[in-house]
Each structure stands twice: as C-alpha cells, then as structure tokens.
Design a binder for this molecule. Structure first.
Ligand code: ADP
Ligand code: MG
Length: 704
C-alpha cells in the first residue's frame, strides 16, 4: 500500500499566507496581512506584486487561466475563466501576465444571474472584488487547473448581488457588537471577534449508470416517482455501519482532493438512510467555511463521477427514507482565544457566558421567523415540518445543566450552582469510568447547544450556508448591541448585568425546549407558546421584508430594504421555477416512459390471457385477468392525474407576479404532482420489473 503524506499534500493547491510570506517582499506581505486582519484596501502597487506572485505560483502548477470565483443568488458558485495570455509584441512573443487590478476587481458580464430587479439588463454592470480573507486556490477541472480568486459580487451601485457580501457585512457587525460585550467584562486584549463555523455535510451516492436512467434525478436532483424498496432504514444497520469498498475508495479520494484545497476534511461515516453518508471538516472562520462548503459540495460531485457514481446533494432524493441536511455549528471566538460560547465548568459563575446566552435566547426568539427563513430552500420543504425532523418550529435546546441555570435565574434571580455530569459507570471492571458531559445530546432540536457552540440543524444539504450564518450573525449582533447600549451606561455594572440576564431569560424562555422536537405534542405546545410554525419556503420568504427584518438588517448595514426585496423576489422565482421543472419532468416521464411501458405490459397480459385460453380453454387465467384489470385501472388513473397536473402547471404559470406564482406552485401544482405519483408507484409494484422503464429505489440505494 502506498503511503500518503497528508501533511505534505495539505493545502498544496492553496496560495496560503505561508506561501505569500515566502514569495512576497516583506513589506508587501505585511500590508496584505494587515488588510486581512484589520480590513481596509490594498494599494494598487502592492496588489500588482501579489498578483504576480500568485500567477507565478499558479503557472508552476500548470495553470493557464484564472477566475473570480463568486456566489450569486443561485446558491452555487460561478466562474468565468480568463487566461494570463496578453497581447504579443511585434516579434510575436507573448508573456503570461496578471495585474493587481485584475486580481482585485473583475467585471463579469453577469447580467443573467438572478438579481430580483436590482439590475435591469441595460445597466447590468456587476463587479467582483477580491475577498482577501479567503485564500486563492487552484481547482482541478476538465479545462485544466484554474486559479480561483474568492470574490464578492456587487452591482454598479454597490448593492449585493451575491451571498458573500452580506455575510462579510454581518461578520463586521457581530465583530463590532461582540467586542463591546467582551470590553464590558474587562477584556481589552481582544481586537476582533469572529464567528467560527463547522458545517457537517450529508450526501447520497448512487451508481452513475442508474442515475442517468432517471430523468427526475438528472433534472430535479430527486426522485419524483418510486415505490419503496422492501427494506429501508428500519434496522439502523447503515448508520455508522462498515463503509463498503466502493464508497471507501470514493471517500479516500474525496479527502485527498479536499486536503489539497486546504479543506480540513475530518470526519466520515455512513448516515441513517441506505446510500447516505456524511463528511465534516474542522470549523473555521465563517466566510472561509462558506467557501469551503461550496468546494466540498463541488468536489463531492466531481469525485463521484471519477468513481462511476453520482453524488446527490438534494435534501430529499428519496421518499420514505431520511433526507439530507447540513448541521451548521456556530460559535464566536475572540482573537485572544476566548470562545464566548464556552460555559466553563460552572456556567452559573460565568457571567459573560450567561449574558451571551441570554442575548442568543432573545435573538432566536425575536427572530425565529428569519432564522427559519435562512434555512429554507425548495428541497428542504420535504424535511422541515414534513415527515421528518427537525420541525419547522424554531426552538432552542440547552441541555440539563444550562436549563437548570436558566431556571434558577428566572425563578430566584440567582444561580448558585451548576449540575455536573458525574461519572459514567459501565459496570465492567476493565473499562474506565468516564467523566460525563453535563449535557446529553438532543437530536431533535433545530438549534441545539452542544458544549461550546450552537448547532443549527435546519439547514438543507444542497444550500449555501451563507444565509444561515448571515442571519445568525445579524440577530445576535442586534441582541449584543441592545445589551451593550444598556450596560455601558449602567452605574452599577454587576447589578445591571444581573438584572438584564434575568430579564432576557424570563422574557424569552419560551424559546427553550428540551423535549422531543419530532412529537405532535410539541407542535401544540409551541402554538400555545406563540412560536411561529412556518411550514414552507414560500411562507418563510415573506419574513425577509417585514418591518422588523428591514430594521434589523438596515441597522447593521447588512441588507438595504431594496436588497431584501430583491432577495424575496429571487426566492419566489426560484421556487416557482424549481417546482415547474419538477412538474414538467413528471409529465415527461409519465407521458414518454411510464404510460408506454404500462400499455405494453397490458398487451403482454392480454396476450397471455388469449394464448393460454386458446391452448387450453379450461385453464384458469384469473391471475392474468385480475392483473390486467388492476393495471388498466391504475393506468387510467395515471392518465387522469397527468392531465390534471398539466392543467395545474398551466394555471400556476399564468400568474403574473412571482409571489402568486410561487404560492400557486405550492398549493396547486405540488398536490397534483403527488396525485400523479400515487398510481404510478402502485403500478411499479405490479408491472414486470423487466418492463419498468427505470431503476427502482432498491436498485438505486442498495446496489451502489
Ligand atoms: P456530530 O457529533 O454533531 O455529528 P461532527 O464531528 O460530525 O459532530 O461535527 C461537528 C462539527 O462542529 C465539526 O465541523 C466541528 O469542527 C465543529 N465544531 C466543533 N467545535 C466548534 C466550535 N467551537 N465552533 C464551531 N464549530 C465547531
Ligand atoms: Mg456529524
């Protein structure tokens, strides 16, 4: 077995700070580092030097092109390649060049990206600008390796046209407000507070040949028909199960590719559903984590192709088995090493932590709707509040220890003690007794405290994690700001902070729920508590432009009203377009594949009846005739449902504004899609497997 030197390959395709240090003159390096740490602009002369060094490094790796890599509102990444080729001189000699200007600023003719009305095509200028806090990297691709420069994407007037700009703005907001909080507690050493993010990525792998036989997977990323396989996930034998050879080989390659890109791929395991897996990197600064998560998703897809497989990132590729999500682990760290979400051993004495916790309780309660919105996308509607968890209701899990501290504070105004985990006794003398964590895990909460971070579990597997983190940063920044406003002017800080913690915790304790988030009782209880239960993406979208939302985002310069309105518009459009594609795919599959296959099968059955009868008039042909009746009946229902779906699609498409259209696709088209699926899935169970025009669920998820 050949040995792999992970330390050597790690970040070999990244223009890291270390490489800059080696390749840049000291002064320029210092300037870059200062801009990365403290913000501001790089001088053009320094940018020229950086660009040249970056290009030389890339060219050594065989790179011929660079791209400003950005994240438009499509939720995925975009790139337009330019080569380093320049105009040849008189003698026809050409030099490969890359200038500081090209590094810092780009102007892709990107008028076709969704902008929700922010840019009319006649004023379609959009600019990409280098986000120097996320390192440039070289990405392998069919066109050869490409130098990718992470950028933000804005309109001519500076309006954000992407997911990164608001995220960076939200990071600045939380930095400013969190610093005020740590200052109140005498921390003068910290100069910066950054959100740290560790996203766990779930995904499915299916055989590529079978994938290509399913138009629904190709066009919609999920199956739109499909009868359940005899076996699902009920035995829990896939979760953490032994990783099969083919999948293992994939994971191994995936890790190598990610390590080369400087992504700290750390954890891998089989997930709950058959053919479902997970990868988690080590957490890092939010914007880098967002970029890396995009790279993880892209690399997952690319490596799958090399292994004859397709990687499905859709939130619900298969009905009846678990869908995929992305747990967004989030915390706040000061540059002098304090995690503001670390309670320590005795949280009751850790006043700064209690204030932070109280602020987060307030933020999540006041803006539960926005948090829900930030995790909504078309695919996630099948998970949240549908048949599987987490529910669409935002609540917070604190665990026994913190819940007890909150209770003491709310009831008596004083928290005098903290529960401890004690010892875990295995009852086996040769096994050591372990110190228990004071808090058990709760897997059903959408927003769970897990030791020294919150785990936002609602996010969809295919979605960018930019929006959830932008919203989290924004709402917590607001709560910090309001707390700091009060506390900075307090005469007696100790008293004031004590009172404020008690006040926030009392007012917002309704958001805390430590029970089973999947239960029906919780839905009722949440309603009693007045917590919003926003069931779909379409319903969630309207929360972006409420007065409360505009006030929040404008106050911290994260979104203007116009930017929020444009995002709302884009989301409605996206929803309508996605469901439209799904409906058309179903119409296509039913018309061209399923109905013809079933018609042929009825002929086989009919032929069998007459052939058997003519061979032996007394022979019993009940099976064939019953089957023929049953299949024909379902075939008629299929055709009827197909016609209804066509009508529903036309009705939805006729709406003149995107909001109405999105609602019509949800309320009229989606149910019609379900009605078509029902008889087809029944037919799949009756028709000869050889005659069925596409691989079954069993073929897809058990025979990878
Ligand atoms: P789980 O047991 O929840 O499945 P994983 O190990 O799969 O845990 O993922 C946990 C994720 O949380 C990892 O990406 C990890 O790096 C990240 N994480 C750990 N500590 C923090 C922290 N303080 N802030 C943000 N993320 C963190
Ligand atoms: Mg995990």
């Amino acid at each position: 077995m050949s040995k792999m030197n992970v330390e050597e390959i790690f970040a070999e395709n990244v223009f890291t700070l270390g490489k800059m240090k080696e390749r840049l003159p000291r002064k320029v390096f210092q300037e870059v580092k200062r801009v990365m740490e403290c913000g501001g602009e790089l001088s053009l002369s320094a940018a020229d030097v950086v660009a040249k060094a970056m290009k030389d490094w890339a060219v050594e790796k065989g790179v011929t092109h660079y791209t400003h890599w950005f994240q438009p509102l499509t939720g995925i990444t975009a790139e337009k390649h330019d080569s380093f080729v320049t105009h040849p001189d008189e003698e026809g000699k050409m030099l490969m060049e890359f200038s500081g200007k090209e590094l810092i600023k780009g102007e892709p003719d990107a008028s076709s990206f969704p902008s929700g009305g922010l840019r009319a095509t006649f004023e379609a200028r959009g600019y990409t600008t280098w986000d120097c806090t996320s390192p440039a990297f070289v990405k392998e691709s069919g066109t050869g390796p490409i130098l990718c420069i992470p950028t933000a994407f804005c309109s001519y007037k500076g309006e954000a046209l992407d997911k990164k700009t608001p995220l960076l703005r939200s990071m600045e907001a939380i930095n400013e407000q969190a610093l005020r909080i740590v200052r109140l507690f005498g921390n003068t050493a910290a100069t910066k507070v950054t959100p740290s993010v560790g996203p766990e990525q779930e995904y499915f792998l299916v055989d590529r040949k079978k994938y290509l036989q399913r138009k629904d997977l190709i066009y919609a990323g999920r199956t739109l028909f499909g009868a359940a396989a005899p076996k699902g996930q009920e035995l829990d034998d896939h979760y953490f199960g032994v990783i099969r050879e083919r999948i293992g080989a994939y994971m191994k390659d995936l890790n190598v590719e990610l390590w080369k890109l400087g992504v700290t791929a750390k954890t891998q395991h089989n997930e709950v559903a058959p053919a479902q897996h997970e990868l988690a990197p080590i957490y890092e600064t939010a914007n880098v984590a967002v970029d890396h998560n995009q790279l993880i998703m892209e690399t997952m897809r690319r490596v799958a192709e090399h292994h004859g497989m397709a990687c499905l990132l859709h939130e619900k590729p298969f009905a009846g088995v678990n869908g995929s999500g992305k747990h967004d682990n989030w915390s706040l760290t000061t540059d002098n090493g304090v995690n503001m979400l670390d309670p320590g051993d005795t949280p009751n004495e850790n006043i700064q932590f209690l204030l932070v916790l109280a602020c987060i309780m307030k933020a999540v309660d006041v803006h539960a709707d926005l948090l829900r919105q930030s995790a909504s996308n078309v695919g996630n509607d099948h998970r949240l509040g549908a048949n599987e968890a987490p529910p669409a209701i935002i609540s917070m899990f604190l665990g026994e220890q913190l819940e007890d501290v909150v209770k003491q504070l709310v009831e008596t105004g004083e928290a005098t003690h903290s529960l401890h985990g004690g010892k875990l006794q295995t009852g086996v003398s040769t096994l050591p007794d372990l110190e228990k964590d004071a808090t058990d895990r709760n897997r059903t909460s959408p927003f769970a405290f897990t030791g020294n971070k919150f785990e936002f579990r609602m996010v969809g597997s295919a979605d960018s994690i930019a929006s959830p983190n932008t919203t989290l940063n924004a709402i917590v920044a607001e709560a910090f700001c309001e707390a700091a406003d009060e506390l900075e002017k307090a005469e007696n800080f100790d008293m004031a902070v004590h009172d404020l913690i008690k006040k926030y915790m009392t007012e917002h304790q309704r958001i805390v729920f430590n029970g089973d988030g999947y239960s029906d009782e919780w839905v009722k209880e949440a309603e009693r508590r007045g917590l919003p239960n926003i069931k779909s993406m379409v319903d969630a979208t309207a929360t972006l432009t409420t007065e409360k939302s505009v006030k929040l985002f404008e106050k911290f310069g994260i979104f203007t009203r116009a930017e929020l309105e444009s995002r709302e518009e884009v989301l409605y459009e996206t929803y309508a377009k996605c469901i439209n594609i799904e409906a058309l795919t179903m119409i296509d599959m039913a018309t061209k594949q399923i109905i013809p296959a079933v018609v042929k099968y009825t002929i086989t059955l009919a032929n069998s009846v007459s052939a058997v009868r003519s061979a032996c008039a007394e022979a019993n042909v009940k099976v064939q005739t019953d089957l023929l009746m049953e299949v024909s009946e379902l075939l008629a229902k299929t055709k009827e449902a197909l016609n209804k779906l066509k009508e529903a699609e036309a009705e939805a498409k006729a709406k003149t504004n995107s909001k109405d259209m999105a609602h019509a696709f949800k309320d009229v088209v989606m149910p019609a899609m379900m009605e078509l699926r029902t008889p087809v899935d029944k037919l799949e169970m009756l028709v000869d497997k050889e005659a069925w025009p596409m691989p079954s669920y069993g073929d897809l998820i058990f025979e990878v």
